[in-house]
Design a binder for this molecule. Structure first.
Ligand code: SF4
Ligand code: SF4
Length: 440
């Protein structure tokens, strides 16, 4: 029987429009916008100035902080500005703007770094850091930090091939099109972590990915099939399904001996080691009811989202809502000039008719949000206290354990924006606690 976790929901996966569409490389744009922060941790400082010529793959921003990740140019060209620009997270973030010369002249230091056999674990970690690789399935935690902090603590490496968010198939296409790179990257990560095995966890709705990964896996790597259920790809839910271990509230996967990696992150590790090319592209599903010709695209990081929607045939109907990410966990986009960042895996556009179906009503106390929550929270009470401005009380309801999976909002018949409430509630509670501590 396929493995799973408690709670969760079964939304229509809406993947039909793009699951059979191969990843298509996009033309590079005229200008790229590179925020100096596309990861969790300290933002980088620019290493270039306005007017500088840059190469493809050249490091253009870095930080000396332990938790950070450098930024590289995805084109060759000239730096035309360094200024705040809109980031997909909705904030203005210092960004390096580069005009493309369309020569793709590579940086002189781009060359193969070695092989699995020739490199030490420490050297693999250094290469990963220098290549600017971050977790491509979620918030962008720097991969070198995750590996370094897991050495000696982690006994189980899990490759998260669930891709449970509706509409998104860019990861699935990577699993069947970049299978050998993924397996090669898993072996490099295993070596860096000092492990001899790994588990690839795939949802049952991707049988061809299961088959391809199983055929390519080889010694020490096994493929396990998970039940198709949302949020099967949540780190804590995945760990529970695969190992039976429960990450404690406020804890991390390493606390229960696990490290979870996205398959495309592993493929990026493989490319960085075998070609020397840092992380300069990402795979993005462009879909939703307003998109004329939904697609899976490989684009340069820093490309404006407008170019991706244009590459997917533009809009068949005027979109009412644009989302960076999936419909459950994604965030609204407010400008077509917002750039694609390292962690972008989907861009969705929805029609007015579809958006109107989600207008909130009054809570009817049905309790469905409670049954759906994989973290055993009580979203209806979180919503009630939040709407009354009782932010302190949210701590007792463990709002900080919310993984923002969106299951409660999806299942709620009153269409209440429960995920948004939890997200803002966590931020407000954090600010309140900071103020209280400062006043002590
Ligand atoms: S409360 Fe948080 S963790 Fe629970 S279902 Fe809602 S979004 Fe997911
Ligand atoms: S699912 Fe929605 S309507 Fe039902 S109890 Fe939860 S918040 Fe209220």
């Amino acid at each position: 029987m396929a493995l799973t976790f408690r709670g969760g929901v079964h939304p229509d996966d809406m993947k039909r429009a793009t699951s059979a569409k191969a990843l298509e490389p996009m033309n590079a744009p005229e200008t790229v916008v590179l925020p100096v922060s596309m990861h969790i941790g300290a933002p980088c400082e620019p290493l270039v100035s306005v007017g500088d010529a840059v190469f493809l793959g050249q490091k253009v921003a870095d930080s000396s902080a332990a938790v950070s990740s450098p930024v590289h140019s995805p084109v060759s060209g000239t730096v035309t500005a360094i200024e705040p620009r809109l980031h997909p997270n909705g904030n203005l973030v210092q960004s390096i703007i580069i005009e493309n010369d369309f020569f793709d002249t590579p940086a002189p230091d781009i060359e193969p770094r070695g092989t699995l056999e020739s490199l030490s674990g420490e050297r693999i970690i250094e290469i990963i850091r220098e290549a600017g690789i971050v977790g491509l399935g979620g918030a962008g935690f720097p991969t070198h930090v995750k590996i370094r902090s897991g050495i000696g603590k982690v006994d189980t490496l899990i490759i998260n091939c669930a891709e449970c968010e509706p509409y998104i198939t860019s990861g699935y296409r990577g699993m069947i099109e970049h299978t050998s790179e993924i397996i090669g990257g898993i072996r490099l990560v295993m070596k860096a972590l000092g492990l001899t095995g790994a588990v690839i966890a795939v949802e049952a709705n991707k049988p061809d990915a299961v088959e391809k990964l199983t055929q390519a896996a080889g010694d020490g790597i096994r493929v396990c099939v998970l039940r198709t259920k949302y949020p099967q790809g949540g780190e804590k839910q995945l760990i529970q399904a695969v190992t039976g271990r429960q990450v404690p509230p406020g804890g991390l996967p390493a606390d229960v001996g696990c490290a979870v990696f996205n398959p495309e992150t592993c493929a990026a590790v493989w490319r960085a080691v075998t070609t020397g090319l840092p992380l300069v592209t990402c795979n993005v599903t462009v879909a939703g009811s307003a998109v004329a010709n939904p697609k899976n695209l490989i684009c340069r990081i820093g490309t404006p989202v407008e170019s991706l929607f244009a590459a997917a045939g533009g809009f068949s109907v005027e979109p009412q809502k644009l989302i960076n990410g999936g419909p459950m966990m994604g965030v609204a986009l407010y400008s077509m000039q917002t750039p694609v960042v390292k962690t972008t895996n989907a861009l969705l556009a929805f029609t007015k008719k579809e958006v109107e179906r989600f207008k909130p009503q009054q809570c009817i106390h049905c309790g469905r949000c409670v049954s759906a929550c994989p973290m055993d929270l009580v979203p209806l009470y979180i919503n009630m206290y939040y709407s009354k401005g009782m932010i302190r009380e949210l701590e007792g309801l463990n709002v900080t354990d919310c993984i923002e999976c969106g299951s409660c909002a999806y299942i709620c018949p009153a269409r209440l924006p429960l995920t948004q409430v939890c997200r803002t509630g966590k931020t407000l509670l954090g600010e309140l606690k900071k103020k209280e501590n400062a006043a002590k």
